[in-house]
Design a protein around this ligand. Sequence first.
Ligand code: AMP
Ligand code: MG
Length: 361
Amino acid sequence: MARGGISSCVPRGRTGARPSAADRYNRSTAPPAMVLLGIESTAHTASVGIVDDRAQVLSLATDMYRPAQGGIHPREAANHHVEVLPRLVTQALESAHVRPSEVEAVAFSQGPGLGPCLRAGATVARMLSLAWERPLVPVNHCVAHVEIARVLSGLDDPLLLYASGGNTQVIAYFKGRYRVLGETLDIGIGNFIDKLWIELGGTFPGGPALELEARQSSHLLPLPYSVHGMDVAFSGMLTASLALFGKGVSRPDLAYSVEVTAYAMLTEITERALAHRRRDSVVLGGGVACNERLREMVRAMVEGRGGRMFAPPRALCVDNGAMIAWTGRLALASHVTVPIEASAVQPRQRTDLVDTPWRGS
Ligand code: AMP
Ligand code: MG
């Protein structure tokens, strides 16, 4: 497998006019012949990424749907994606200095995700595949988070703590599949944080704002700590947090307590999974993995066990087209393509039902 090509998520177009010193240092002796284009649209983010066969991100164009108020509405998010994706495709091609004829295949997020959003991305991918006469490559969104972190980290077989808006999972590869060892039993950690933040008077997305608020406190309030083996649950903490806020506790104290409690839960299940699978390295993925406290808590746990923790740059932790393109690259090399008539999206696609022939058995 190509490895170690990305040293930063900063996209570097092939013949960009102003390469930085790092760009020049990382530039290969010869430009790659063909590249892969990936389309991401599982939830609130529409994104198009272009990568080469050494996993260099040549461009990444992203536009996130932000509801004026409340949480994500699938149909409105899908309308947003339909509107912005053509521009994102053009932008990605232009900033990568890539012509359509140089695109080897078009990869798209097939699932899991919100049906209307997935269909928006898949429709654009099918159109490009037809227009450019290039194969269509289906990609599982969760597997893409693992693969981009794996190639960026150089770690061969890490465990993934995937903490995003809709998903909270601990994933490891064994017996020929990526398998979910533990997950949320109710809502995703990001959705929990977003809901809470909106109830506290904020706007979507809540995670970055809650992180700033939490930095203003070090007072830990008791909150439900809900770990069941390698699974977690957050709805009890949401109810308890809102009750405490109703009784007048301060927003910083609540933000701090929620972060410490929720991230301790994630750290605990990750450690249990490491011990269970006899692994020593962990990679992070998902928007919540942008959080500094979560990164530090997991890093302390992993390094305390003598292992290595890696968190991708934030642009590649959140949903992004580059991880879809890179995983499409791996899939294509293993001859995984799909005819248009069989390329229906799979909103409930399970990670452990997806073939990953590039990983072997
Ligand atoms: P994703 O679904 O992977 O694109 O991630 C989006 C989720 O990540 C949203 O729920 C955000 O609130 C959350 N998020 C983004 N940045 C942070 C952060 N710094 N801390 C916690 N959560 C975050
Ligand atoms: Mg995601």
